[in-house]
Write a protein that binds this ligand. Sequence first.
Ligand code: AMP
Length: 182
Amino acid sequence: MSAIESSLKNLESAIRNIADFPKPGIQFKDITPILRDPVLFHQSIELLAGPYSGKDIDAVVGIDARGFIFASGVALRLNAGFVPIRKAGKLPYFTLEESYDLEYGSSTIAIHQDALKEGDRVILVDDLLATGGTAIAAIKLLESLKVHIVGISFLIELAFLDARRKFSHPHLIQSLVTYAAE
Ligand code: AMP
């Protein structure tokens, strides 16, 4: 097994499944054991950043809240800046907002309107890709700022939800640990 394969296996083993959290029927993927382990945390950042090394990334965009943890590490690793996308109402300056549907109701995310400039080379990072609603809304925000999206990276992808088909550029998606079935 290669070093990368063995790191991926260790990451997968550390992810803890919590049934019925935060509500019945959800299998919550708890990544806190990865964060608590210095070797695994470091490996997760190295593996997320790896594909973008030498690709001249200006900024890593992280999604509220667990996405911030990984995006910050990746930004430091790539000598890039960090840009937060937050739930609406949390960012202090002028923002662009995008709403998207949840299973029940909807949610709105926001980015500072001056966080990025046209043509910036950015990657989007979040902890987990489930239905894709959050990431697709984040991509819409990035598209309205006219940046160049070099990649979209997740620690975990719930592949059985088949979110990739909803993305206009699915080939940009990278994920470290994939669940083929619930
Ligand atoms: P979605 O918009 O459906 O792709 O959901 C992605 C967002 O919801 C990510 O920011 C995740 O942190 C969170 N999320 C969705 N499903 C799960 C899950 N099963 N375990 C942990 N986090 C989840």
